[in-house]
Design a protein around this ligand. Structure first.
Ligand code: F6R
Length: 259
Protein backbone atom coordinates (compact mmCIF):
# COMPACT_ATOMS: atom_id res chain seq x y z
CA UNK A 1 0.00 0.00 0.00
CA UNK A 2 1.23 3.47 -0.86
CA UNK A 3 0.70 5.85 2.06
CA UNK A 4 0.57 9.65 1.82
CA UNK A 5 0.17 11.97 4.81
CA UNK A 6 -1.12 15.45 4.03
CA UNK A 7 -1.30 18.70 5.98
CA UNK A 8 -5.00 19.36 5.66
CA UNK A 9 -8.31 18.06 4.32
CA UNK A 10 -7.96 20.64 1.53
CA UNK A 11 -4.65 19.13 0.42
CA UNK A 12 -6.23 15.66 0.63
CA UNK A 13 -9.07 16.84 -1.59
CA UNK A 14 -6.65 18.21 -4.18
CA UNK A 15 -4.49 15.08 -4.26
CA UNK A 16 -7.49 12.79 -4.44
CA UNK A 17 -9.04 14.93 -7.19
CA UNK A 18 -5.73 14.77 -9.10
CA UNK A 19 -5.86 10.97 -8.96
CA UNK A 20 -9.45 10.91 -10.10
CA UNK A 21 -8.65 13.35 -12.91
CA UNK A 22 -5.73 11.16 -14.00
CA UNK A 23 -8.04 8.14 -14.07
CA UNK A 24 -10.58 10.03 -16.20
CA UNK A 25 -7.87 11.36 -18.51
CA UNK A 26 -6.67 7.79 -19.01
CA UNK A 27 -10.21 6.48 -19.47
CA UNK A 28 -13.01 9.07 -19.73
CA UNK A 29 -15.71 6.40 -19.32
CA UNK A 30 -14.20 5.02 -16.12
CA UNK A 31 -16.33 3.26 -13.56
CA UNK A 32 -15.88 4.98 -10.20
CA UNK A 33 -16.81 3.56 -6.81
CA UNK A 34 -17.86 6.28 -4.37
CA UNK A 35 -18.31 6.62 -0.61
CA UNK A 36 -20.47 9.00 1.41
CA UNK A 37 -19.75 10.40 4.88
CA UNK A 38 -17.87 13.47 6.09
CA UNK A 39 -14.46 12.48 4.74
CA UNK A 40 -15.11 12.85 0.98
CA UNK A 41 -17.04 16.14 1.24
CA UNK A 42 -13.99 18.33 0.53
CA UNK A 43 -13.09 16.08 -2.41
CA UNK A 44 -16.61 16.35 -3.84
CA UNK A 45 -16.45 20.14 -3.52
CA UNK A 46 -13.11 20.09 -5.36
CA UNK A 47 -14.49 17.84 -8.11
CA UNK A 48 -17.50 20.13 -8.59
CA UNK A 49 -15.17 23.15 -8.76
CA UNK A 50 -12.96 21.48 -11.38
CA UNK A 51 -15.95 20.25 -13.37
CA UNK A 52 -17.43 23.78 -13.49
CA UNK A 53 -14.11 25.24 -14.62
CA UNK A 54 -13.76 22.61 -17.33
CA UNK A 55 -10.67 21.09 -15.65
CA UNK A 56 -12.36 17.71 -15.27
CA UNK A 57 -14.95 15.81 -17.25
CA UNK A 58 -17.20 13.54 -15.23
CA UNK A 59 -19.83 13.38 -17.96
CA UNK A 60 -18.81 9.97 -19.32
CA UNK A 61 -18.01 8.35 -15.98
CA UNK A 62 -20.30 5.75 -14.44
CA UNK A 63 -20.52 5.66 -10.66
CA UNK A 64 -21.55 3.03 -8.13
CA UNK A 65 -21.86 3.99 -4.49
CA UNK A 66 -20.64 1.69 -1.78
CA UNK A 67 -23.79 1.47 0.25
CA UNK A 68 -27.28 2.67 1.12
CA UNK A 69 -29.43 2.45 4.23
CA UNK A 70 -32.32 0.03 4.09
CA UNK A 71 -35.68 1.73 4.35
CA UNK A 72 -34.57 5.17 3.14
CA UNK A 73 -35.71 6.30 -0.31
CA UNK A 74 -33.69 8.70 -2.48
CA UNK A 75 -35.70 11.70 -1.26
CA UNK A 76 -35.07 11.00 2.40
CA UNK A 77 -32.62 13.71 3.52
CA UNK A 78 -30.26 11.24 5.22
CA UNK A 79 -30.28 8.63 2.45
CA UNK A 80 -26.99 8.26 0.64
CA UNK A 81 -28.78 8.83 -2.68
CA UNK A 82 -29.84 12.25 -1.38
CA UNK A 83 -26.31 12.99 -0.10
CA UNK A 84 -24.77 12.13 -3.47
CA UNK A 85 -27.27 14.23 -5.44
CA UNK A 86 -26.68 17.16 -3.13
CA UNK A 87 -22.89 17.04 -2.87
CA UNK A 88 -21.78 15.73 -6.26
CA UNK A 89 -24.23 14.52 -8.88
CA UNK A 90 -26.43 17.63 -9.18
CA UNK A 91 -23.76 20.33 -8.79
CA UNK A 92 -21.42 18.49 -11.18
CA UNK A 93 -24.28 18.07 -13.68
CA UNK A 94 -23.93 14.29 -13.82
CA UNK A 95 -26.45 12.24 -15.78
CA UNK A 96 -28.59 10.25 -13.33
CA UNK A 97 -28.58 7.28 -15.73
CA UNK A 98 -24.86 6.88 -15.00
CA UNK A 99 -24.97 7.23 -11.22
CA UNK A 100 -25.99 4.19 -9.21
CA UNK A 101 -26.78 3.36 -5.61
CA UNK A 102 -28.50 0.33 -4.13
CA UNK A 103 -32.24 0.95 -3.78
CA UNK A 104 -32.85 1.12 -0.03
CA UNK A 105 -36.58 0.70 -0.52
CA UNK A 106 -36.51 -2.36 -2.79
CA UNK A 107 -39.26 -4.84 -1.93
CA UNK A 108 -36.68 -7.63 -1.82
CA UNK A 109 -33.41 -6.14 -0.50
CA UNK A 110 -31.49 -9.41 -0.96
CA UNK A 111 -32.45 -9.52 -4.64
CA UNK A 112 -31.55 -5.82 -4.89
CA UNK A 113 -28.07 -6.56 -3.50
CA UNK A 114 -27.59 -9.30 -6.11
CA UNK A 115 -28.86 -7.01 -8.88
CA UNK A 116 -26.41 -4.29 -7.79
CA UNK A 117 -23.43 -6.66 -7.78
CA UNK A 118 -24.44 -7.88 -11.25
CA UNK A 119 -24.78 -4.29 -12.49
CA UNK A 120 -21.20 -3.53 -11.41
CA UNK A 121 -19.99 -6.62 -13.21
CA UNK A 122 -22.01 -5.71 -16.33
CA UNK A 123 -20.40 -2.24 -16.31
CA UNK A 124 -16.99 -3.95 -16.52
CA UNK A 125 -16.07 -3.66 -12.82
CA UNK A 126 -14.86 -0.66 -10.87
CA UNK A 127 -11.75 1.11 -12.15
CA UNK A 128 -11.15 3.35 -9.14
CA UNK A 129 -12.82 2.76 -5.78
CA UNK A 130 -12.74 5.57 -3.22
CA UNK A 131 -13.12 4.50 0.40
CA UNK A 132 -13.49 5.96 3.85
CA UNK A 133 -12.92 3.99 7.03
CA UNK A 134 -15.13 3.65 10.09
CA UNK A 135 -13.81 4.11 13.63
CA UNK A 136 -14.26 0.34 13.97
CA UNK A 137 -12.31 -0.33 10.77
CA UNK A 138 -15.28 -0.91 8.50
CA UNK A 139 -15.12 -0.26 4.77
CA UNK A 140 -18.42 0.35 3.08
CA UNK A 141 -20.75 -1.12 5.69
CA UNK A 142 -18.65 -4.25 6.10
CA UNK A 143 -18.59 -4.29 9.86
CA UNK A 144 -16.01 -6.20 11.94
CA UNK A 145 -16.55 -9.91 11.43
CA UNK A 146 -17.64 -9.54 7.79
CA UNK A 147 -16.31 -12.41 5.70
CA UNK A 148 -13.34 -11.34 3.61
CA UNK A 149 -14.92 -13.10 0.62
CA UNK A 150 -18.27 -11.33 1.05
CA UNK A 151 -20.24 -9.94 -1.88
CA UNK A 152 -22.81 -7.17 -2.06
CA UNK A 153 -25.46 -7.99 0.51
CA UNK A 154 -27.80 -6.86 3.26
CA UNK A 155 -25.98 -6.23 6.54
CA UNK A 156 -26.92 -5.26 10.05
CA UNK A 157 -25.12 -2.13 11.25
CA UNK A 158 -23.26 -2.46 14.52
CA UNK A 159 -23.86 -0.19 17.50
CA UNK A 160 -20.59 1.74 16.95
CA UNK A 161 -21.57 2.65 13.39
CA UNK A 162 -25.13 3.60 14.31
CA UNK A 163 -23.91 5.81 17.09
CA UNK A 164 -21.18 7.40 14.88
CA UNK A 165 -23.79 8.12 12.18
CA UNK A 166 -26.47 9.39 14.57
CA UNK A 167 -25.11 12.92 14.04
CA UNK A 168 -26.53 12.93 10.50
CA UNK A 169 -30.07 12.18 11.65
CA UNK A 170 -32.52 14.73 13.03
CA UNK A 171 -32.89 14.71 16.80
CA UNK A 172 -34.94 11.72 17.90
CA UNK A 173 -34.58 9.84 14.60
CA UNK A 174 -32.50 6.68 14.96
CA UNK A 175 -30.26 5.57 12.08
CA UNK A 176 -31.56 2.49 10.23
CA UNK A 177 -30.49 -0.88 11.55
CA UNK A 178 -29.64 -2.39 8.15
CA UNK A 179 -28.02 -1.42 4.88
CA UNK A 180 -26.96 -2.83 1.53
CA UNK A 181 -23.19 -2.70 1.07
CA UNK A 182 -20.66 -3.78 -1.50
CA UNK A 183 -18.90 -6.85 -0.16
CA UNK A 184 -15.25 -6.96 0.81
CA UNK A 185 -14.43 -9.21 -2.16
CA UNK A 186 -16.37 -6.84 -4.44
CA UNK A 187 -14.33 -3.88 -3.16
CA UNK A 188 -11.06 -5.77 -3.62
CA UNK A 189 -11.95 -6.46 -7.26
CA UNK A 190 -11.70 -2.75 -8.08
CA UNK A 191 -8.61 -2.14 -10.19
CA UNK A 192 -7.40 0.70 -7.96
CA UNK A 193 -8.33 1.74 -4.44
CA UNK A 194 -8.02 5.14 -2.82
CA UNK A 195 -8.60 5.27 0.94
CA UNK A 196 -9.16 8.67 2.56
CA UNK A 197 -9.15 9.33 6.31
CA UNK A 198 -9.07 12.42 8.48
CA UNK A 199 -9.12 13.06 12.21
CA UNK A 200 -7.76 11.42 15.33
CA UNK A 201 -10.89 9.28 15.83
CA UNK A 202 -9.65 7.09 12.95
CA UNK A 203 -6.05 6.77 14.20
CA UNK A 204 -6.39 3.45 16.07
CA UNK A 205 -8.36 1.80 13.28
CA UNK A 206 -5.81 3.00 10.73
CA UNK A 207 -2.86 1.62 12.67
CA UNK A 208 -4.59 -1.78 12.80
CA UNK A 209 -5.67 -1.55 9.17
CA UNK A 210 -2.32 -0.51 7.72
CA UNK A 211 0.16 -2.13 10.12
CA UNK A 212 -1.69 -4.96 11.83
CA UNK A 213 -2.49 -8.48 10.68
CA UNK A 214 -5.14 -8.99 7.99
CA UNK A 215 -8.28 -10.06 9.77
CA UNK A 216 -12.04 -10.07 9.34
CA UNK A 217 -12.16 -8.41 12.77
CA UNK A 218 -10.77 -5.24 11.14
CA UNK A 219 -12.16 -5.25 7.59
CA UNK A 220 -9.97 -2.39 6.30
CA UNK A 221 -6.87 -4.53 7.00
CA UNK A 222 -7.72 -6.49 3.86
CA UNK A 223 -6.69 -3.45 1.80
CA UNK A 224 -3.08 -4.54 2.45
CA UNK A 225 -3.76 -7.36 -0.02
CA UNK A 226 -4.69 -5.07 -2.87
CA UNK A 227 -1.91 -4.53 -5.42
CA UNK A 228 -2.86 -0.91 -6.18
CA UNK A 229 -4.10 0.76 -3.02
CA UNK A 230 -3.21 4.33 -2.04
CA UNK A 231 -4.13 5.72 1.38
CA UNK A 232 -4.20 9.48 1.95
CA UNK A 233 -4.41 10.47 5.63
CA UNK A 234 -4.20 13.77 7.42
CA UNK A 235 -1.68 14.10 10.25
CA UNK A 236 -4.31 13.52 12.97
CA UNK A 237 -5.47 10.26 11.39
CA UNK A 238 -1.85 9.10 11.09
CA UNK A 239 -0.83 9.73 14.73
CA UNK A 240 -0.87 6.05 15.76
CA UNK A 241 1.29 4.83 12.85
CA UNK A 242 4.90 4.10 13.67
CA UNK A 243 7.17 7.16 13.36
CA UNK A 244 9.29 5.81 10.48
CA UNK A 245 6.20 5.11 8.40
CA UNK A 246 4.83 8.58 9.17
CA UNK A 247 8.09 10.21 8.17
CA UNK A 248 8.29 8.35 4.85
CA UNK A 249 4.64 9.08 4.07
CA UNK A 250 5.13 12.82 4.73
CA UNK A 251 8.05 12.91 2.31
CA UNK A 252 5.87 11.20 -0.20
CA UNK A 253 3.25 13.94 0.15
CA UNK A 254 5.76 16.77 -0.25
CA UNK A 255 7.25 15.09 -3.31
CA UNK A 256 3.82 14.80 -4.83
CA UNK A 257 2.72 18.34 -4.10
CA UNK A 258 5.90 19.81 -5.56
CA UNK A 259 5.66 17.70 -8.71
C1 F6R B 1 -19.95 5.48 3.47
C2 F6R B 1 -19.12 4.34 3.86
C3 F6R B 1 -18.46 4.30 5.21
C4 F6R B 1 -17.70 5.59 5.53
C5 F6R B 1 -17.09 5.53 6.92
C6 F6R B 1 -16.42 6.83 7.30
O1 F6R B 1 -20.46 5.29 2.18
O2 F6R B 1 -18.99 3.44 3.11
O3 F6R B 1 -17.58 3.21 5.26
O4 F6R B 1 -16.70 5.79 4.57
O5 F6R B 1 -18.08 5.23 7.86
O6 F6R B 1 -17.39 7.84 7.41
P1 F6R B 1 -16.96 9.34 7.66
O7 F6R B 1 -16.27 9.79 6.44
O8 F6R B 1 -18.28 10.07 7.88
O9 F6R B 1 -16.09 9.34 8.86
Amino acid sequence: MHLIIVESPAQMARLAADRLAAQLAHRPDSVLGLPTGDTPLALYRELVRRQRRGELDLSRATTFNLDEYLGLGPDHPTSYAHYMRRHLFAPAGMDSRRTHLPDGTAADPHAEAERYEAAIRAAGGIDLQLLGIGVNGHIGFNEPGSPLDSRTRVVELCATTRSANRRHFPCGEAPPTHAITLGIATILEARRLLLLATGSAKATALRAALQGPISAGLPASVLQRHPACVAILDAAAATALDPATRQAARLSASTLSSS
